[in-house]
Ligand binder design. Sequence first.
Ligand SMILES: *Cc1c(COP(=O)(O)O)cnc(C)c1O
Length: 458
Amino acid sequence: MELPIAESWKIKMVEPIRKSTREEREEWLKEAHYNVFQLKSEQVYIDCITDSGTGSMSDRQWAAMMMGDESYAGARSFFRLKDTITGLTGFEYVIPTHQGRAAENVLFSHLVKAGDIVPGNSHFDTTKGHIESRKATALDCTVDEARDTQLELPFKGNVDLGKLEAALKEHGDRIPFIIVTITNNTAGGQPVSMENLRGVRALADKYGKRVVLDSARFAENAYFIKTREAGYADMTIKQITREIFDLADAMTMSAKKDGIVNMGGFIATRHEDWYEGAKRFCIPFEGYLTYGGMNGRDMEALAVGLDENTEFDNLDTRIRQVQYLAARLDEFGIPYQRPAGGHAIFVDASKVLTHVPKEEFPAQTLTVELYREAGIRGCEIGYILADRDPVTRENRFGGLDLLRLAIPRRVYTNNHMDVIAVALKNVFDRRESITRGVRIFWEAELMRHFTVKLEPAK
Ligand SMILES: *Cc1c(COP(=O)(O)O)cnc(C)c1O
């Protein structure tokens, strides 16, 4: 009999978690204005709000932290991190930042100005925020197939090259660069193929543009290329990673994802002019160039995390756990963005809560119901997250309305996955009785989902 595949690690330290009662959760929901970002973590049993900064570091990472060099300038830890990044990506210039959005802020301060258009696949919310706050436009050129959650395709995160070329033709001078997000978080953690990245590169070259990779989950993307794209099965994750970045000019990175650290990020590029430009903004916004928002010890942990998470077994364990949860949802007939993404399951709320009108935010309603059911915290990736159109100030109902269950790296076991699946089934079973959603009574102008205040719609 063939042996099953188990986790590629064992557990050395644990953190207790606690269940709550339905009455407690009802009260907490009210206090949180039906926004799960406003809950205290002690009020949560299984936390799938994000996979960002919530992973478990390895013993090697903790050991590396003791070697942190906290020198203000020229720290050894910076060079260790830089050498690791250069080794993986080929990018010679590295600027550490305190997290991914800070990398965007620093790089875009140099590159993006009012009236610009930045095309790519789906822009992550902070990426879009940093573009739109500069009065520029984030143009989503994702393949149309990504919008059909039930379509089973290997690379639903891809850029539609036709749409991209049309944008390049039409807006030429107003495009400072192309940005491709790997994996495509907004489209459901869906990967981008190497073939597609080559297509983007060819168009970029044809129109004289540079390509930035928003690389938060580049290692998971490399895993999907290895396991799904012809010609890559025998290559290592590190070889595939290198091939990915050979097709790009720069990257912004949220190290809280595939770096498996709790905080951190960076910019890396092969172009001295971009480095020189970004440097001017790193110093006032983040800090001096050899720490830019990170501790020496955190740069050490990140260097190890990047190395570990570009090994196949670590990624295989992770992606298989997400696929395990997906298989349980299949058993119950619960619709989600297919195939399962790299870091999360995205439940298609519009197909579950069919009686809740879009004006009452079905995915947010489902997020609240799942918490109410079992203390499981997911996250709305839908109409609330989509913010309002910056010009018309209307809600943007054009995209998908999803409940994301993000799985932290190396944190939960498959027993936790079973609890999530059954809790969701219980909500699914009473979906016909859920007819009203939530309404907004207070919201911020930008990135409203973090602080929005809601109440049950009546
Ligand atoms: C998380 C994320 C970011 C922003 O990074 P932070 O570390 O949260 O600031 C940018 N892009 C993508 C694709 C992300 O997943």
